[in-house]
Design a protein around this ligand. Structure first.
Ligand code: AMP
Length: 217
């Protein structure tokens, strides 16, 4: 059983790296942001409660986040373990998490703020199938359309300069205590998020003492 946390500022590639880490190791990727986005897109009661907060780039209240995480982990579909991304985001969430689960490793993806701005403001999302694009590095074949399902691409409502500034401020202020708390247990691995996705994945695996990435056939 392997239980990992992946942390990093917006646009540092948390989601991509978590997916790569899960694939051949049979781990389950749990993204708290994706769970909230799922609710917003489907207009659930929870979605209505978090939509404005998310669009402003602010953090959802701890009680709600903790109950979403608890419910998700209680599904027990993670026999081989999980990689949780986007949680914990502050000291209280970290304490809640460490009380309930033993963590095998924390990956902290590091990316300078100006690179974050460049990446995030060029990010596009397919609302149909969830595929991510980047108008600089990973353009769709037909401008503005998803390569997989043809749906018109959108910009995430929280990928605006204003929301990004709020998220960066929050990240630096609130996430530092999380790293300090985890750091006391000596499980934090700092990884440079600037190289290509494959290179970053290789560094993560080396830091965690895992075998190199082996794509499943
Ligand atoms: P993400 O995809 O991780 O950037 O999350 C998108 C948005 O979901 C964040 O800007 C927050 O509004 C909310 N969110 C996700 N995870 C958390 C968390 N651990 N604590 C509070 N809010 C969160």
């Amino acid at each position: 059983m392997r239980k990992y946390v992946i942390m990093g500022v917006q646009g540092s590639g948390k989601g991509t790296q978590a997916e790569l880490l899960c694939k051949d190791l049979n781990l389950v990727h749990i993204s708290v942001g994706d769970i909230f986005r799922w609710h917003v897109q489907r207009h659930t009661k929870l979605g209505a409660q978090v939509r404005r907060t998310m669009n402003a780039g602010e953090l959802v209240g701890d009680d709600m986040v903790e109950s979403v995480v608890r419910d998700r982990l209680e599904q027990h579909d993670w026999n081989f373990g999980f990689v949780i991304d986007g949680f914990p985001r502050n000291g209280r969430q970290a304490e809640f998490f460490m009380e309930s689960y033993d963590i095998d490793g924390v990956i902290h993806l590091e990316l300078p703020d100006d690179e974050v701005r460049r990446r995030v403001l060029s990010r596009r999302l397919c609302p149909g199938c969830g595929m991510d694009y980047n108008v600089i590095a990973d353009r769709p074949e037909v401008e503005g359309r998803c390569d997989i399902c043809g749906t018109e691409l959108i910009t995430r409502a929280d990928d605006t300069p204003e929301a990004l500034a709020a998220r960066l401020r929050d990240y630096h202020e609130k996430t530092r205590p999380v790293l300090e708390l985890f750091g006391r247990k000596e499980v934090v691995h700092d990884v440079d998020a600037r190289p290509s996705a494959d290179e970053v994945q290789a560094s993560i695996r080396a830091a965690l003492g895992l075998p190199a990435y082996a794509p499943v056939a």
